[in-house]
Design a protein around this ligand. Structure first.
Ligand code: MTE
Ligand code: MO
Length: 335
């Protein structure tokens, strides 16, 4: 997200290697007993290497391999390399800079992690998220992700359908909305300790969906990416992914889900209601008051000369599946 004095997309587009090269090189260096600084001084190390090695040098939290069914690859989508997905983040609890979350989140305590589901449900409950991960039928979902700041990625998430999960708690007929809440723990989250460090947000970070949106099969709770559990900076151990909406709806490190009769408040709408709506459906025809939403900068594998400006698609390319949820709604008014 943007503060008024920041410009969109401050990722430096230095050369990166592909996911598998990156891993092999990392494992090779580990086997050789060479630490991050040796990497950083090698002739081919770009700025990206410095940044990624920096977080590794500080002990990147261990990620665990997951069992899951693969998504059908879509030839029109190019995956964003894993090192970019895990180094260019928005997670204001760990700082407002794009590289702050990778640097500042690694010691977040992930175990145990309890997710509470309550409100308008017949069977409220508390879920051990690590047990849930072991028991659930996990699926890979390769989705476009479009940040409201006009950059985008393609991310191979691993998770399960939010709607199927919610059904277990038996929503009542009064459940019209679903509210989500991120962990509130200022001792672990430096951005929650003062308003400046946290970008002016009143924590905890909160988000919400209408119940029919939450029940849509494209909406998932994600517990991993690129085959392993989520990195802390991407919202470990469990975060929301709603691919047809701007990235800020994808609330991270969730501890509570509440089913409600009334529309819940949402963080960015509370901060600037004229700039960020409750719906936040990706819409190239409705500009942000301070910039156009017609195009986006795709963060792929290339260097600075291959930055790809591409057209933003209505509902981020998922219109065929989700447009019916909004039939008859004025999407300029309900942005
Ligand atoms: N709790 C919390 N969730 C959050 C944010 C945040 O600052 N705090 N940022 C949002 C924004 S603006 C985006 S674009 C996505 C970024 O997800 P990623 O870093 O995994 O790409 O997370 C969203 N979820
Ligand atoms: Mo975002």
């Amino acid at each position: 997200m943007l503060l008024k004095n920041r410009k969109p997309g401050d990722l430096s587009e230095s050369d990166v290697t592909s996911e598998s090269n990156y891993r092999n090189r990392r494992n090779f260096l580990k086997a050789m007993g060479i630490g991050g600084m040796a990497m950083a001084t090698s002739a081919h190390a770009g700025l990206f290497d410095l940044l990624s090695q920096d977080s590794e040098a500080q002990g990147a939290a261990e990620r665990k391999p997951l069992q899951f069914t693969r998504d059908k690859p879509d030839p029109s989508l190019t995956l964003t390399p894993e090192p970019k997905i895990t180094s260019h983040n928005n997670f204001y609890e760990f700082g407002t800079g794009k590289t702050d979350p990778a640097r500042n989140s690694q010691s977040l305590q992930l175990e145990p992690w309890t997710l509470t589901v309550e409100g308008e449900v017949a069977r409220p409950g508390k879920v051990d998220v690590w047990q849930l991960m072991a028991d659930a039928q996990l699926e890979e979902r390769i989705y476009r992700m479009r940040c409201v700041e006009a950059w985008s990625m393609v991310i191979p998430w691993i998770g399960f359908e939010l709607g199927k999960f919610l059904q277990r708690f038996e929503p009542t007929s009064r459940a019209k909305y679903v509210a989500f809440e991120t962990l509130y723990d200022p001792e672990q989250m430096p951005g929650q300790r003062n308003r400046y460090a946290g970008g002016g947000i009143d924590y905890p970070y909160v988000e919400g969906l209408r119940i029919d949106e939450a029940m849509h099969p494209l909406a998932i709770l994600s517990v991993g990416l690129y085959g392993e559990t989520l990195p802390t900076q991407n919202g470990a151990p469990i975060r929301l992914v709603v691919p047809w909406k701007y990235g800020f709806k994808g609330i991270k490190s969730i501890v509570r889900i509440r089913l409600l009769e009334k529309m819940p408040p949402t963080t960015w709408n509370l901060l600037a209601s004229n700039e960020y709506g409750f719906y936040a459906n990706v819409n190239p025809a409705v500009d942000h008051p301070r910039w156009s939403q017609a195009t986006e900068r795709f963060i792929g594998a290339g260097g600075p000369l291959s930055v790809k400006r591409q057209k933003t698609l209505p509902f981020n390319g998922y219109g065929e599946q989700v447009a019916a949820l909004y039939s008859g709604m004025n999407l300029k008014k309900y942005f």
